[in-house]
Design a protein around this ligand. Structure first.
Ligand code: PMV
Length: 364
């Protein structure tokens, strides 16, 4: 078992007069888990390994302007979609504060953060994944620019992934493109409970350009946060069985993805989605995040697959929206299916045609 990297470094601070001003912009995508992380131990250690596709079009773009601060703590203004957002501001300030032994320079800076997402936030499209990973990338980029550390891409990404995990578990997978495992996994050297690890090598080409149409059933705020949901797994009577099943599913899914076996891929991803929601329904207090239209859509996906034999499947995040997964080669057929059969069950926001992406990008 590998141990948590120790990133505490008291040297990463500016000398009294040398506090810089400037601006950094990064884009970081969301990701969709195929085997789900649901349940954790302190500090942000998953109870089971998970694996996700990093998305391409669903991302956060975050501009961070920095200048000398005076209070000895990270100072912050946070604007989301151009509006000051006190909730995100408090959350980000707390996150930066918690990192002050890893990046002591945050205590010397005032941050003005302007962030936007290409997708609705807090609707079970992992906005915390893109939002937290982008901040982790910016902080590591600042460290690299100011202190000359993290020059090697591997070291840069590993630290960014570790920091992203501390902000939101699933965010650690967004630091990499393609298929990413988070959590120590038997038979996959390099995987860790502390950071994400890309596993694209050896994956069958059918999965390389995989598509994800995100069907927005309800783009509103969700009622139960994933933090609360994870916590309820501590007393869920089915938790131990779930954690061991996730391990089995991950091993089988990887094998299927190497072999190009879409049938097993479908069986496992759909079962994972339903199990995630079953865990919510069997927690105390129990809660439901799916909506009647979520089930309407799932029924139609089953029927479409039965009728056409095409390898379309669904997964769900912690919300009512349905992620429709399919190979690139059947894009036209699937688009027709969505437009003809599924539109009545979608919110006015419709759907986002996303696909597997290459990971974050530095803009400035
Ligand atoms: O990263 P968190 O704490 O928001 O948890 C995310 C949990 C799921 O999105 C439901 C599953 C996953 O693995 O991404």
């Amino acid at each position: 078992m590998n141990s948590e990297p120790d990133y505490h470094n008291a040297d990463l601070k500016f000398s009294g007069t040398g506090i810089p001003s400037g601006k950094i912009i990064w884009r970081s995508p969301s990701n969709i888990a195929l085997v789900k992380y649901w349940g954790k131990k302190p500090v942000q250690i998953p109870q089971n390994p998970s694996v996700s596709f990093t998305l391409r079009k669903s991302y956060s773009e975050t501009e961070v302007s920095y200048s000398p601060a005076t209070s000895g703590k990270p100072e912050m203004e946070f604007y989301f979609d151009g509006q000051r957002n006190r909730q995100f501001e408090a959350k980000t300030a707390k996150f930066f504060d918690s990192l002050s032994r890893i990046f002591p320079f945050v205590n010397q800076l005032k941050f003005v953060i302007r962030s936007k997402n290409t997708f609705p936030h807090s609707a079970g499209i992992a906005s915390s994944a893109s939002g937290m990973s982008v901040l982790a990338l910016v902080l590591c980029d600042m460290e690299r620019q100011f202190f000359g550390t993290l020059q090697k891409e591997d070291a840069f990404h590993r630290k960014a992934s570790t920091i992203a995990r501390l902000g939101s578990g699933s965010a650690c997978r967004s630091v990499y493109g393609g298929l990413v495992i988070w959590g120590e996994t038997d038979g996959v050297p390099g995987t860790s409970d502390y950071y994400g690890f890309p596993v694209n090598e050896g994956i069958h080409e059918i999965f390389a350009g995989y598509q994800d149409a995100i069907l927005l059933v309800d783009a509103g705020e969700k009622k139960v946060s994933s933090r609360v949901g994870h916590g309820l797994m501590n007393s869920n009577p089915f938790a131990a069985a779930r954690f061991s099943e996730a391990r089995n599913n991950l091993a089988k899914l990887l094998q299927a993805m190497r072999a190009g076996d879409t049938e097993t891929f479908i069986r496992i991803t759909e079962s994972e989605a339903l199990t995630l929601h079953a865990m919510m329904m069997t927690s105390q207090p129990y809660f439901l995040l799916i909506k009647p239209n979520t089930l309407q859509i799932i029924e139609r996906i089953f029927a479409f697959r039965e009728k056409t034999g095409l390898p379309v499947s669904f997964t769900l995040d912690a919300g009512p929206n349905v992620h429709l997964l399919y190979p690139e080669a059947i894009r036209n057929e699937v688009k027709r299916f969505i437009d003809n059969d599924l539109l009545p069950f979608l919110s006015p926001k419709g759907y986002i045609e996303d696909e597997i992406g290459k990971g974050p990008e530095k803009i400035l």
